[in-house]
Design a protein around this ligand. Structure first.
Ligand code: MN
Length: 204
């Protein structure tokens, strides 16, 4: 994940694949704007907001957790969390991903949701019903898998939950390719894009 450099500026991590690698499910146009404009804007805002502050020398996770406790630092939190959430989202997808999980996460999904189908239904429901902008997440909460949704920049990190996967449901994530059809984007995310290797690695 993003770390500070010796100059105290956070960096935009490279995408884990080429910007057309998720097409036709998510177009290069969406990725180029989502990563090159939206993600970068959060990063630039963050660097401006933390300049000459102790946060400039901390890890991104420390900035997210620290600023979440202080209502006066809402701007820092929103931008830091959005930088973290987006990097996590890129890694939550891969070309030829999606479908039923494999490995340890498959066993854990069966144990905690009963079946992959149940998981899929519950994750899709969370992603579709998040009102307005936000995120749907698969997390580890006290040793059990759970699905949560968060609004705007909010992240399960601040609730002591360990994120395993996320789906960005802000309109900028899908409007170019799906217009208003968020449910179709969510279905495609689950069936064609989910990076179960990443979830397995996060599960540890
Ligand atoms: Mn986004």
């Amino acid at each position: 994940m993003t770390q500070t450099t010796a100059t105290g500026a956070f960096q935009l991590p490279p995408l884990p694949w080429k910007d057309d690698a998720l097409a036709p499910h998510i177009s290069a146009e969406t990725i180029s704007f989502h990563y090159g404009k939206h993600h970068k804007a959060y990063l630039d805002n963050l660097n401006n907001l933390v300049k000459d502050k102790p946060y400039a020398t901390m890890t991104l996770e420390q900035v997210v957790l620290g600023s979440a406790k202080n209502p006066a630092e809402g701007g820092i939190f929103n931008n830091a969390a959005q930088v973290w959430n987006h990097t996590f989202y890129w890694h939550s997808m891969k070309p030829n991903g999606g479908g039923a999980p494999t490995g340890k996460i498959a066993e854990k999904i069966n144990a905690d949701f009963g079946s992959y189908e149940n998981f899929k239904t519950q994750f899709a429901e969370a992603a579709k019903t998040q009102f307005g902008s936000g995120w749907a997440w698969l997390v580890l909460d006290g040793g059990k898998l759970a699905i949560v949704k968060t609004a705007n920049a909010a992240t399960p990190l601040t609730d002591g939950k360990k994120p395993l996967l996320t789906c960005d449901v802000w309109e900028h994530a899908y409007y170019v390719d799906y217009r208003n059809r968020r449910p179709d984007y969510v279905t495609t995310f689950l069936e064609k894009l989910v990076n179960w290797d990443f979830a397995n690695a996060n599960l540890g």
